[in-house]
Design a protein around this ligand. Structure first.
Ligand code: ATP
Ligand code: MG
Length: 213
């Protein structure tokens, strides 16, 4: 984490927080974060790899340290991108609210916070832990693909009028890439060139991640 984030003053800094499993991080994540940075004048984007993801079976997810290191390698060339160890160093599952509370009270107190996520995740926001507080503490940037159906988001809007004041949609060029797709390609011996930055590709090869057995 940059010491600059720690020393930010009230109202002067816009910070994006991008949570994810990042197993592995790929260009879909990076293009989204960079798009959000430009569109919402973010000074920084902090990637927060999940420690023990509450919604994924832990045994199937690579070790937090691998995911943290790959994320660090992926953001190396962008001076506005940082990686946080917050969740990987926690022993218990983290919810978005825990992470956002941490940034809003401590590491980024006084900054404007934007949580960046795929629109498919935001659709379920009303089921998230302490969602009302979450919507008070930060804005959401929901990354969407052209033509993506927003019907379910409209349903959420009916249940909670005003939600769209805090949720901003950001269309990025269609990127169908997912970590699942990359893991499957590695497992079947296919190239992942250009789907993730080269250092991440090399790390996956060196550590023999995602190969069967
Ligand atoms: P998996 O296939 O294992 O579910 P993933 O590619 O969805 O992995 P995550 O780490 O689960 O990656 O996602 C982190 C965040 O990035 C989520 O908010 C997700 O919606 C978003 N995201 C994932 N892939 C893309 C993409 N290609 N374009 C834009 N956003 C994405
Ligand atoms: Mg996913």
């Amino acid at each position: 984490m940059s010491p600059l984030i720690r020393s930010c003053k009230a109202g002067q800094v816009n910070i994006g927080i991008m949570g994810g499993t990042f197993d592995p991080i790929h260009i879909g994540h990076l293009v989204s974060a960079e798009g959000a940075r430009q569109r919402f004048a973010l000074d920084y984007v902090v990637f927060v790899p999940a420690g023990l993801p509450p919604h994924k079976e832990m045994s199937k997810v690579s070790a937090p340290e691998h995911r943290y290191l790959m994320t660090t390698l992926a953001v190396m060339s962008n001076p506005a991108f940082f990686v946080s160890r917050l969740e990987v160093d926690r022993d218990e599952p983290s919810y978005t609210i825990d992470t956002v509370r941490h940034f809003s009270r401590q590491e980024a107190a006084g900054a404007n916070l934007y949580f960046i996520t795929g629109v498919d995740a935001i659709i379920d926001i009303l089921t998230w832990k302490d969602y009302a507080e979450l919507l008070e503490l930060c804005d959401f940037i929901a990354v969407t693909r052209l033509g993506y159906s927003l019907k379910r988001l409209e349903e959420a809007q009916k249940k909670m009028p005003g939600i769209m004041n805090k949720v901003h949609l950001l269309e990025i060029p269609a990127l169908a890439i997912s970590s699942t797709y990359i893991r499957e390609r590695v497992a079947t011996g296919k190239t992942i060139k250009y789907l993730t930055p080269e250092p991440v590709e090399q790390y996956i090869e060196k550590q023999r991640l995602y190969t069967a057995g």
